[in-house]
Design a protein around this ligand. Structure first.
Ligand SMILES: [Zn+2]
Length: 165
């Protein structure tokens, strides 16, 4: 692109030189020819500049799109890092009833009870907290159903015995 402009400007310089020679000789025909050549070379320069302008506009558009893609990729990286941090908070375990679940390491041994997450959801890269049901003897995922937690029935608040599973 720059080469085209340089070439057009070199052509214009030659035409200017020819014009000077023609003017020096005071030859009306040569001056007329030089004038035409000068106009043609000026048009060449103008066309080369227009082409450069178009090329610059295309580059600016590309730059804009790349900047947008960069922002989107950066946002994805942040999201994936957050996800990885969340997943790192859990570890896989077998419940006493034999189900495979994930447990939030920070809640293990908590007096409020551990918080569990669904292993099948984890495989899909999602963290789904399992809700305790049947007095905490089972855990349930809204997508993957129910998992056994404890094998022994637990005593309810009224001293009632809840059946296992
Ligand atoms: Zn699930």
């Amino acid at each position: 692109m720059i080469d085209a402009i340089s070439g057009a400007i070199a052509g214009l310089r030659t035409a200017v030189d020819m014009t000077k020679v023609a003017v020096d000789t005071r030859d009306a025909i040569k001056i007329g020819e030089a004038k035409s050549a000068l106009i043609e070379r000026l048009l060449d320069v103008q066309n080369a500049c227009l082409a450069l302008q178009e090329s610059n506009a295309a580059l600016a558009q590309d730059k804009h799109l790349l900047a947008q893609e960069k922002r989107e990729l950066e946002a994805q990286i942040v999201q994936m890092r957050d996800q990885a941090n969340r997943l790192a908070q859990y570890e896989r375990m077998h419940t006493p009833a034999g189900s495979i679940v994930f447990v939030d390491k920070t809640t293990k041994g908590s007096p409020d009870g551990a918080v569990y997450a669904c292993a099948s959801c984890m495989d899909e890269g999602k963290v789904s907290t399992l809700q305790p049901i049947f007095r905490g003897n089972q855990l349930t995922c809204p997508v993957h159903g129910t998992f056994g937690l404890n094998t022994e029935p637990q005593r309810g608040p009224m001293g009632m015995l809840f059946p296992k599973k």
